[in-house]
Write a protein that binds this ligand. Structure first.
Ligand code: ZN
Length: 199
């Protein structure tokens, strides 16, 4: 359904019940999703000690691995490890973590993920301050000539997507907005239109 609706990638939220309260899925589900789609699998690790999962998730077919700066003291080392495994290296920032936390690794990144809700639950309300933060993140990437994608995740829907797009985000994770829509395929298109109409 996602593929038919024109999604560019499948974002998979891995939660460990420690970094965030919920438990979702791991290697087996990544492998299963891999078997049914050719779309890139953008795996978001909301887990403590994320490095312990890199190898098995890459082996299961992940194309990108994004971990949280709040969960890992050796950020640069782990970003390099992800690239060595042939995946795109992503770093995620919680709402209370300033953009400057990524300043010294902008050229080690393929993706910078700005959380627009506190991670751990689907269906949460977008935090308005995120728009300013996305703007600061775009500035940071530009200043260092980083080619990293700038992704937003949490509460992205018809109402919120244009503001973060205008602020400089180029990759949008929408869960609830798409899967609760009457016509999920059409919703992907609608979200895309809400950006491109400002292009
Ligand atoms: Zn996510």
């Amino acid at each position: 359904m996602c593929e038919a609706g024109g999604a560019d990638l499948i974002h998979i939220d891995v939660m460990d019940g420690r970094f965030v309260p919920n438990l979702t899925f791991g290697e087996k589900v990544i492998r299963t999703v891999r078997a049914v789609t050719k779309l890139p699998l953008d795996v978001h690790l909301m887990v403590v000690e994320p490095a312990g999962y890199f190898e098995s998730f890459a082996g299961a077919g992940a194309n990108g691995l994004t971990f949280h700066v709040e969960a890992e003291p050796h950020v640069q080392r782990q970003l390099s490890r992800i690239r060595e495994l042939g995946c795109k290296a992503g770093l995620a920032l919680n709402p209370a973590t300033p953009v400057v936390a990524a300043a010294d690794v902008t050229n080690d990144l393929d993706l910078l993920l700005i959380m627009t809700v506190n991670p751990g639950f689907g269906g949460q309300k977008f935090i308005p301050r995120s728009v300013e933060k996305v703007r600061a993140a775009r500035r940071l990437l530009k200043e260092s000539s980083s080619m990293a994608a700038l992704e937003v995740d949490g509460g992205i829907d018809r109402e919120t997507i244009t503001s973060v797009w205008k602020a400089g985000a180029d990759t949008f994770v929408a869960g609830n907005a798409i899967f609760s829509a009457k016509d999920p395929r059409a919703e992907i298109n609608e979200l895309r239109t809400r950006c491109s109409s400002y292009a």
